[in-house]
Design a protein around this ligand. Structure first.
Ligand SMILES: Nc1ncnc2c1ncn2[C@@H]1O[C@H](COP(=O)(O)OP(=O)(O)O)[C@@H](O)[C@H]1O
Ligand SMILES: [Mg+2]
Length: 290
C-alpha cells in the first residue's frame, strides 16, 4: 500500500515542483542508492503543468493531452464541453483506471521500482474557476477511487499541488498521509507555514491529519539563515522541520522535457547536488516509514 505525500505550500515559487520532481526521481531509482526498489507515481495536480513539462518531451506531453490522459480525466467525465461558468458535473462516479492515465517516465531495476506520471493540463483551470457553483461531491468521489487504486499499485505517490486553497488542495490533503512543505527561508515564510498548518488541520476533519514535514529549500550551501533558525526554534514547528535541507544548486533548475536530471547527468557539479538530494530523500523516506 502506497504512502500518499502531497507537496504543498500556499506560496508559489518555493520549489513545490522542483521538490516533487527530484524526490520522485530519486525514490523511483532508490535501488541505485542501495535502498529497496520503490515504485513511485507522481501526480501533477497543478494547472500550470510544470511537472509534466519537466518530465516529458513536448511532443509526448501534447499527445497525452490530446488523448485526455491527464489528471482532469480523474475529476470529470467529459472534458469536451468544459465551460468555466457552467461546469459539467460528472454523472459517472467511476474514474478511469490508473493504468489508462499514467505514463512511464523510467523503469526501475529487475526487482521493481521506477517512476510513472499522471500529467496535468491547463484545462484544469476550468474546474478551479467553476468551483463556486460546482457540486464537488462527485469530483471527490472520483479522486478517492482513483487514489485507492493507485495506492494498491505503488509504494509512494507524490502529488505536486498548486498554491491556492482550491478543490485540488483540499482533495489532495484529505487523501494524504504526509505533506511536504517546501519553505524558502525568508522574511515572511513563517506566515506561510502557519497558514499551511491550519489548513492541514481544517481539511482533515474526521480523520487523522496528514503529518507535515517542513523542508527548507533553496538554502545557501553553507551556514543557516536567521529565518531558518527562527522557524526551527519555534515550538509549533520544531518537530516538523526536516534536519536536512535542499540547497541551492543550478543543477536542480535544469530538468526540462525529460532531460538534464542530476541522477543522469555526467556533469561534475551535479554530483554534489545529487548527494544532497539523496540525503533529503533518505530522511523523508524514514520519516514517512517507507
Ligand atoms: N533547491 C533549488 N536550487 C536552485 N533552484 C531552485 C531550487 N528550488 C527551486 N528552485 C527554482 O526556483 C523556482 C521556483 O521553483 P518551483 O519548483 O517552480 O516552485 P513552485 O512549484 O513552488 O512554484 C524555479 O526556477 C526553480 O528552478
Ligand atoms: Mg509548481
Amino acid at each position: 500500500m502506497a504512502k500518499v505525500v502531497t507537496v504543498m505550500n500556499m506560496k508559489g515559487g518555493v520549489g513545490k515542483t522542483t521538490v516533487t520532481m527530484h524526490l520522485a526521481g530519486v525514490l523511483g531509482r532508490w535501488h541505485a542508492y542501495g535502498s529497496k526498489p520503490t515504485k513511485v507515481l507522481a501526480i501533477d495536480y497543478d494547472p500550470q503543468f510544470n511537472l509534466s513539462q519537466a518530465l516529458l518531451p513536448a511532443k509526448d506531453y501534447f499527445a497525452l493531452e490530446k488523448q485526455n490522459k491527464t489528471v482532469l480525466s480523474v475529476l470529470v467525465e467529459d472534458e469536451s464541453d468544459l465551460d468555466p461558468f457552467k461546469i459539467q458535473v460528472p454523472g459517472n462516479l467511476k474514474p478511469p483506471s490508473v493504468g489508462s492515465l499514467s505514463t512511464p517516465i523510467f523503469n526501475g531495476s529487475k526487482k521493481g521500482g521506477g517512476l510513472d506520471l499522471i500529467a496535468s493540463t491547463l484545462d484544469l483551470m476550468y474546474v478551479a474557476l467553476g468551483e463556486a457553483n460546482l457540486n464537488v461531491k462527485p469530483i471527490e468521489e472520483r479522486f478517492t477511487k482513483f487514489i485507492e487504486e493507485a495506492r494498491s499499485l505503488y509504494d509512494i505517490i507524490l502529488i505536486d499541488c498548486h498554491p491556492a486553497g482550491s478543490i485540488f488542495t483540499q482533495t489532495s490533503l484529505r487523501h494524504s498521509d504526509h505533506v511536504v512543505i517546501p519553505v524558502v527561508p525568508q522574511r515572511y515564510s513563517v506566515r506561510g507555514i502557519g497558514l499551511m498548518m491550519e489548513f492541514i488541520g481544517a481539511k482533515s476533519v474526521g480523520k487523522q491529519p496528514a503529518t507535515p514535514h517542513i523542508l527548507f529549500n533553496n538554502v545557501p550551501r553553507i551556514g543557516v539563515s536567521s529565518e531558518e533558525a527562527t522557524i526551527r526554534a519555534d515550538k509549533k514547528f520544531a518537530a516538523h522541520c526536516m534536519t536536512n535541507t535542499l540547497k541551492k544548486f543550478k543543477a536542480f533548475t535544469e530538468p526540462e522535457a525529460g532531460k538534464n536530471f542530476v541522477w543522469s547527468s555526467g556533469k561534475a557539479y551535479s554530483t554534489e547536488a545529487l548527494n544532497n538530494l539523496v540525503r533529503v530523500s533518505r530522511e523523508l523516506f524514514t520519516r514517512i516509514g517507507g
